[in-house]
Write a protein that binds this ligand. Structure first.
Ligand code: ZN
Length: 100
């Protein structure tokens, strides 16, 4: 029986860039945000990639938090990721101004 008589040109390419999307979701999406005239690179993170005993201090509320907490990593674009700071999601939203 002719099971291959679908017209050509109607085959959908389902494997577009799906693997890339999964990687982006896992590692967070890097965006640029301007706060008070200062440009920041911002990346969300699940906190699951870090070492187990890692702790960060949120520069906005000065509270520490550990791995497994979804949070925001941000650094001034004029510097580099080695100057990055870790914010609680809600603290990053409230934060306006300079980090350093
Ligand atoms: Zn905070």
């Amino acid at each position: 029986m002719g099971r291959n008589n679908k017209p050509k040109g109607f085959q959908r390419n389902n494997d577009d860039d799906e693997p890339m999307d999964i990687i982006r979701l896992r590692d967070g999406i890097k965006t640029t945000v301007i706060k008070n005239g200062v440009e920041f690179y911002v990346q969300t993170t699940s906190g699951n990639n870090a070492e187990e005993s890692k702790k960060w201090i949120c520069p906005f509320c000065s509270l520490s938090f550990g791995t497994g907490i979804s949070h925001i990593v941000a650094w001034e674009s004029a510097y580099g990721p080695e100057k990055r700071r870790h914010f609680h999601d809600q603290c990053w939203k409230k934060f306006q101004g300079r980090l350093f």
